[in-house]
Design a protein around this ligand. Structure first.
Ligand SMILES: [Fe+2]
Length: 251
């Protein structure tokens, strides 16, 4: 795992925060996941794309609950040394994000599939592994270096964002983006050509699993069947609440 680019969270948001996991902002890292394994995942994703992926909101077309359809994804999630390496980079122990519907996903982007609009992530931390990046014009990860609320208000009002504060990072096969993107304004730069397929693997803090930006309405927007509710409530009861009470005592 070699870090190719990094910007910490306080620099990214231009302020210091109390509610965060380590000071992880955004990194681009060279990963060591086997190319053959990633190719298998891509091939299987393309086979089920029409049937399983949907562009429900935010102009983002993705396969939810991806590891249910493509079990090889679990091999990447638990790839030897992965969690240890990412935890070290984040400065806190991390674990895979537990809710099956959004633990992992495959996203498809392009002129027809769409590119995700300005948003902040539900899961606190994510790793985005490029599976395909062919003939892409545009398509960079764009992060806006400012406070989430004021940026989203400016976007909604149709204001032009200051180009000097937009950070661009180009996805590439062989590397991944690793970032704490809850309450960080970001999007994919619109694409005029090419295809991008990305494996998204979400993570959270072991010690502070309550640091999360995925309220039930946000999860339900992509998963309106509510089949995930028991899993979610159990997690709040047995993991998030005890951890939160312990955290409060430590303040
Ligand atoms: Fe995102």
């Amino acid at each position: 795992m070699k870090v190719e680019f990094e910007m910490d969270r306080s620099t990214l948001l231009r302020k210091n925060e109390h509610w965060k996991i380590g000071n992880l902002g955004i990194m681009q890292i060279q990963h060591d996941y086997p190319g053959e394994l990633l190719d298998t995942i891509k091939r299987k994703a393309l086979v089920i794309k029409e049937q399983q992926s949907a562009n429900m909101h935010l102009n983002l077309r993705f396969i939810r609950n991806a590891q249910k359809y493509i079990p090889e994804i679990a091999e990447v999630v638990h790839y030897p040394g992965r969690l240890e390496g990412l935890s070290e980079l984040a400065g806190e122990e991390l674990e895979p994000y537990p809710f099956t519907v959004i633990s992992t996903a495959i996203t498809f982007m392009g002129p027809e599939d769409g590119t995700v609009d300005w948003h902040g992530d539900g899961p606190p931390i994510t790793e985005l592994v490029a599976l395909e990046h062919e003939g892409v014009t545009g398509g960079r990860l764009e992060l806006y270096q400012d406070d989430f609320e004021s940026t989203m208000a400016a976007v909604q009002a149709g204001e032009t964002l200051d180009p000097d504060r937009v950070l661009h990072i180009q996805h590439k096969v062989g590397s991944s983006m690793f970032g704490q993107l809850m309450r960080v304004p970001h999007r994919t730069e619109p694409m005029t050509s090419g295809t991008r397929i990305t494996l998204t693997m979400n993570l959270r803090s072991v010690e502070k699993p309550f640091m999360d930006s995925n309220p039930m309405h946000y999860l339900a927007a992509d998963n309106p069947d509510f089949e995930w509710v028991d899993e979610y409530v159990d997690d709040v009861r047995y993991r998030q609440l005890p951890a939160y009470l312990k955290y409060r005592e430590s303040l």
